[in-house]
Design a protein around this ligand. Structure first.
Ligand code: HEC
Length: 710
């Protein structure tokens, strides 16, 4: 679809006003200038505009709102005194029922955002009208390689183009006016189980992009592509490769010394995938990238002789021109709990003990809140922000966590806090320089770990090395979530808003003394940034996991958020995720303004009648089915075949589904909708075992005993 010409000419008229305004204005970033700049056109988004994104609060130019990723807006028309009048301005339906994780980009009166299956939308920011939609046609079989739903966290914009990555590993440059593909490059080896869900970032004319796949077995890396041409500029591997081949860059020689080659870690890949966080300090000229967990999860399996396994679970400071390492800090040496450091990296200038410090703040899955000197990579402080048990504290001479060695899971089942869902996951936190507080979507959960003694590498399937046939997911009564306001200087909680469940949305904070956050239980809320008082809250139809943004158009401030429940927790946590109480799974972009009067379209959800089916099995048969089910199906359909609400609950299927299981599981009958085929690994006898288990679970549910997973 074409943008209208009338709009373009208004744009240029406003641009002229802006230039005139700048020439005679002595009033700083005044309103007129601001409005005009916002309309100055996506073609003029260049390095200078990206560097100064915070002083252009009428737009939302980058994933984290600025290179510092603070998700703080200077807009204050909506503030703590009037936010109660907030109402829906319009909503846009994405026609999807799975997770929406994107941070919308707003520039030139247009919202650029993404939905499931890496679809890109350009939407009129005033009206919600679709301007264009780009579907990169991700092969649906890719769903079988995506640990955490077929999600996407958004786009980057630069010089008239929109940059987006696809689940199957392509990076695409689109014409911002039309959505047409300008160039498209494959950034991964298609024979390996790589996926991409992150928003690309633009730094110095290059597109910075990583990837995921460490649950399946890949080797992580981050790359820089020329924004004009799509040509690869540099690539930094986060873990060493096959030692019989030359190191791609010298840092890997250092890294290889921290791995045990007798475990042949390069066969599975080692992990360390950079699947989410990137920040940039233009003054220090340093690019910060967070890396993911080791692959497989079990340290014993991955690197039998031990070692830190650099650079998994680390923050890397790279030279943005060469991609060479300047410093690194590893948050979880020798990780074995999936404690990624891919959670967002927020840059700020703080006064600590009377000294101005350039810091980065980071709250990874492992539960420590880190304040790190971003010039040197040396931590200034690190304290747990939720209860944890894997570490007993932090050694302040080495800045290494003091791991509780008694919780080794090689031979026995141990309970670990936090779970792999993390004390904080990808859901972005925000920092308000006026309150000095960081607003973290924090969560509490436990996980039962035990190494799988029979683990063997199965290319293309889950390769985590723990025993999935034990009950691996937190019982619902021990998971919870809260909005945590954290004082990074004092390293202590300032206030919290307690929620029923974890997996709540990312946060936005504004100069209006506000924090905005969507919740897992299907509301969107505004809190007073200084003390957490609930000032406004409305139902959002479905659970929100994404982070909101704000922008200014025609003198009106808007707040926008993607609403779409999904991601790894709802897929894999069963009952615990359902506790969030999400009613309607319709994916939407919700946009609010003061006095907004639009109605949220509600779609009725009808529960189907569930007929009893014969289920006369021995406990041994059920146990065998349970083991097979949990090994292969748990990550999407939930423990105990209890769905977390996003994908079908396999206890409640239509009766004919149980007779079609072979066609579905081995024949790929529903592959087009994201249900993988398992004929590489499973046989009809395995499917029969799973069928037994599912029918036994159905009978148990109908008998009124739904929650026990066995
Ligand atoms: C990567 C995620 C994923 C995994 C792993 C997975 N499924 Fe699915 N499954 C799906 C999705 C998505 C659908 C919905 C497809 C649709 O809407 O048609 C689905 C649908 C189904 C259905 C149809 C249910 C209905 O009521 O229509 C069955 C049966 C099923 N899956 C069985 C299994 C079994 C058995 C396993 C393990 C061997 C498994 N699935 C593993 C994603 C997954």
């Amino acid at each position: 679809m074409q943008r209208s010409r009338a709009h373009a000419s208004i744009r240029f008229a406003l641009l002229a006003t802006a230039v005139a305004g700048l020439a005679c204005s002595g009033h700083g970033p005044g309103e007129q200038d601001a409005e005009a700049r916002a309309a100055a056109g996506i073609e003029t988004v260049d390095d200078a505009r990206l560097r100064n994104a915070t002083s252009e609060p009428e737009s939302w130019l980058t994933y984290g709102g600025s290179y510092a990723e603070q998700r703080y807006s200077r807009l204050d028309r909506i503030d703590a005194t009037n936010v109660g009048e907030l109402g829906l301005a319009w909503s846009f339906e994405t026609n999807t029922k799975r997770g929406l994780e994107a941070t919308p980009i707003v520039v030139d009166g247009v919202i650029y955002t993404t939905g499931t299956w890496s679809v890109v939308f350009a939407i009129d920011a005033r009206t919600g009208k679709l301007l264009w939609r780009h579907d990169p046609a991700v092969p649906r079989a890719t769903a079988g390689l995506a640990c955490c739903d077929v999600v996407n966290r958004g786009v980057a914009v630069y010089a008239g183009r929109v940059y987006a990555a696809t689940l199957d590993g392509r990076l695409q440059a689109l014409d911002a006016r039309t959505g047409e593909v300008v160039w498209s490059v494959r950034t991964v080896d298609p024979s390996r189980p790589y996926t991409i869900t992150m928003a690309p970032r633009i730094v110095k004319g290059r597109v910075i992009l990583g990837n995921g796949g460490a649950e399946y077995g890949v080797r992580g890396y981050v790359s820089a592509y020329d924004a004009q041409t799509g040509e690869l500029a540099w690539r930094f591997y986060t873990v060493p490769g096959d030692p019989s081949k030359p190191y791609e860059h010298p840092e890997l020689e250092q890294a290889a010394r921290t791995w045990d080659p007798s475990s042949e870690y390069w066969v599975v890949g080692g992990g360390g995938t950079a699947w989410n966080s990137v920040a940039f300090d233009p003054d220090l000229d340093l690019l910060y990238v967070g890396t993911g967990n080791g692959s497989p999860w079990s340290h014993e399996v991955r690197s039998e002789g031990g070692g830190d396994n650099l650079f998994v679970c680390s923050i890397l400071a790279l030279d943005p021109d060469s991609g060479r390492l300047v410093w690194h800090y590893q948050t979880t040496p020798g990780d074995q709990w999936d404690y990624t450091s891919t959670q967002d990296i927020v840059l700020a200038d703080l006064e600590i003990e009377g000294r101005p410090r350039k810091v980065l703040m980071h709250a990874p899955k492992n539960g420590f809140f880190y304040v790190i000197d971003r010039e040197t990579g040396v931590p200034i402080s690190a304290e747990p922000f939720v209860p944890i048990n894997w570490a007993k504290g932090m050694d302040r001479s080495t800045w290494r966590p003091i791991v509780d060695e008694s919780l080794d899971y090689e031979n026995e089942i141990v309970t670990i806090m936090p779970s792999p869902h993390g004390a904080h996951n990808w859901h972005p936190m925000s920092f308000n320089p006026e309150t000095g507080l960081v607003y973290v979507p924090a969560q509490e959960s436990v996980f039962f770990f035990k190494e799988d003694p029979d683990w063997e590498y199965e290319p293309g399937s889950w390769n985590v090395g723990y025993d999935k046939t034990i009950l691996t997911i937190s019982p619902p009564d021990v998971v919870s979530g809260h909005l945590l306001a954290w004082d990074p200087i004092a390293q202590k909680e300032a206030w919290r808003v307690q929620y029923a469940g974890p997996w709540n949305g990312g946060t936005l904070t504004t100069a209006g003394n506000l924090v905005f956050q969507g919740t897992a239980h299907g509301t969107f809320a505004a809190y007073r940034a200084t003390d957490g008082a609930v000032l406004w809250e409305q139902p959002s139809g479905t659970g929100i996991i994404a982070a909101p943004v704000t922008y200014l158009l025609d003198g009106e401030q808007y707040v926008a958020v993607m609403a779409g429940w999904g991601g790894s927790f709802p897929l894999s946590a069963g009952e615990a995720a359902k506790a969030a109480g999400v009613h309607d799974l319709t994916g939407r972009l919700l946009v609010y303004k003061l006095g907004g009067q639009a109605k949220l379209p509600v779609h009725e959800v009808r529960e189907r009648e569930i007929a009893a089916l014969p289920a006369d099995f021995t406990p041994e048969e059920v146990q065998a089915g349970s083991d097979t089910y949990h090994r292969w199906c748990l990550v999407c359909h939930g423990p105990g075949a209890i769905s977390g609400g996003v994908l079908p609950d396999l206890r409640k299927a239509a009766p004919e589904i149980y007779d079609s299981l072979e066609a579905i599981v081995l024949g790929g009958a529903f592959e087009g909708n994201g249900m993988p085929r398992f004929d590489r690994w499973l046989e009809p006898t395995d499917v029969a075992k799973i069928r037994t288990y599912l029918l036994a679970r159905r009978a148990r549910m109908l008998a009124g005993d739904p929650s026990s997973p066995r």
